[in-house]
Design a binder for this molecule. Structure first.
Ligand SMILES: [Zn+2]
Length: 469
């Protein structure tokens, strides 16, 4: 070969981008543990769908609950039943009397009759068995636990722990650190600013809660994560006063950074929360407000219905879950190649029993017919899982290509509720990180991995037998 041609040839080899084939080779030869390790170290985009309370790992709640005492918040949790109430009044409304590990503030505990007070212990006085019970009570890890346990018991148990704005700030810090560890650069959590209280039970107004959050977000441990964030305010859709909650949430978001969007949550099998109920209210709110985005849970239900279609009419740009979108052909056509995105939560959907196994999940159909999708974690504290696990499930169950993995991360930034300059910046960061990672792993294979071992939490251990030593 003439010298000039061979020089060009060598130059081409050196500058050629890593081909996607390396990932097919990797999948064919790697163990599950090595695949998890690769996905853990892999730079990622954002998580656009997670609830801050449901994202707290059980040990975080326990530790933060105890640490809250320095700010005057002392928590008690129910560790036994003394049959203090008769059949006439068991309190079956929101938190049934017999529910173990309900956690309440000391000020509320003091108002209980003596018999009931003896059922509780301060969090820092639990013995090892009780500590384990407290933690187990907020993780969905048993085969017989499912949707009912999740919707009707886990949240109620957390109780007053979710009403302490300083504890919430520390929870945000831990959550952001954990996401940054997994290589994310953007998060858009649902963090409520409503329903908080002082240690004596005096309510704290949402605007004041937002101020507390803003102060917390300036602290070094959060800034050092390097993450970019925006917040969503969610409302519970099936309650009698949901329209008023929507108004309050919308008005709150309009004037409180870093809030940018309103979401609607709550069981869709409760038909009182159907999407079109909110159309008049949203039209009224759009008369005055110009800066509130909508991402709304829709189609997270077993039956076919028009919830996804109706939710687009409400003005949502993103759909949470969108499971039954697949039963609505006209709306499927509308979604192909955008402009709407479906936030996919694979682990959540399995554990909440929308599917028996992943062969029934519509995710690959959406992904491979050009419907924009991204992976997210929903309530990972309660699943005891990570963002890496979501990618692992997707690769393992649906044989994702490397390009598809990158597409998912790009979508999680392209559909973020940020201004275009921020979006471009995030995409640029992601692209440069992922191409560096890709060329390193494509060249060195498995030996490029292992600088820090992947987290192996409960879900990945139970479901795929990849367990911490
Ligand atoms: Zn959700």
């Amino acid at each position: 070969m003439p010298r000039i041609l061979s020089a060009i040839f060598i130059l081409l080899i050196l500058t050629a981008p890593a081909t996607a084939d390396w990932f097919e080779d990797f999948k064919a030869s790697a163990t599950d543990e090595q695949l998890l390790q690769l996905l853990y170290e892999m730079p990622k985009g954002g998580d656009l769908h997670h609830h801050m309370s449901g994202s707290g790992f059980a040990e975080w709640w326990y530790e933060l609950g105890i640490a809250a005492e320095k700010r005057g918040y002392r928590y008690y949790t129910k560790v036994k039943l003394n049959n203090c109430r008769d059949y006439g009044w068991q309190g079956f409304d929101t938190t049934p009397y017999h529910l173990m590990f309900q956690t309440i503030l000391e000020s509320k505990w003091q108002q209980l009759p003596e018999c009931e007070r003896a059922e509780y212990l301060p969090l820092d006085q639990l013995n090892d068995k009780q500590k384990q019970g407290f933690k187990n009570s907020i993780v969905l890890d048993k085969p017989y636990e499912g949707r009912e346990e999740f919707f009707e018991a886990h949240w109620q148990r957390l109780g007053d722990l979710t009403g302490d704005p300083y504890l919430r700030g520390d929870l945000i810090a831990r959550q952001f650190q954990a996401f940054a560890h997994e290589g994310l650069i953007y998060v858009e959590p649902m963090v409520t600013a409503f329903g908080y209280q002082e240690p004596d039970g005096t309510p704290i107004l949402p605007n004041d809660v937002a101020k507390i959050f803003r102060e917390r977000l300036k602290q070094k441990d959060i800034v050092d994560t390097g993450l970019t964030w925006r917040f969503q305010q969610a409302i519970l859709r099936f309650t009698p006063g949901a329209e008023d909650s929507l108004r309050r949430a919308y008005e709150f978001v309009a004037e409180n950074e870093p809030y940018v969007a309103v979401n609607m949550v709550g069981r869709e099998d409760d038909d009182k929360g159907y999407p079109l109920r909110f159309l008049p209210t949203l039209r009224e709110l759009r008369l005055a407000h110009n800066n509130v985005r909508l991402s709304i849970h829709a189609g997270e239900v077993d039956e076919p219905n028009s919830h996804v279609r109706d939710t687009v009419l409400l003005g949502a740009d993103r759909i949470g879950h969108g499971l039954n979108l697949i039963t609505d052909p006209d709306t499927m056509r509308l979604f192909r190649h955008g402009p709407y995105m479906v936030e996919i939560n694979l682990i959540s959907n399995l554990l909440l029993q929308y599917y028996d196994d992943y062969s029934q999940h519509p995710f690959p159909e959406y992904l491979r017919t050009g419907i924009p999708v991204a992976l997210s974690t929903d309530d990972r504290g309660m699943w005891d899982s990570t963002m890496t696990d979501e990618f692992f499930v997707a690769v393992k169950e649906f044989n994702l290509s490397w390009d598809e993995i990158k597409q998912l991360s790009e979508n999680s930034l392209k559909y973020a509720f940020v201004d275009s300059e921020t979006r471009e910046g995030l995409l640029e960061t992601y692209r440069s990180r992922i191409s560096r990672f890709e060329s390193r792993v494509a060249k060195k294979g498995v030996s490029a991995l292992g600088s820090k071992p992947a987290l192996k939490r409960g879900f990945i251990c139970r479901q795929y037998e990849i367990c911490a030593p």
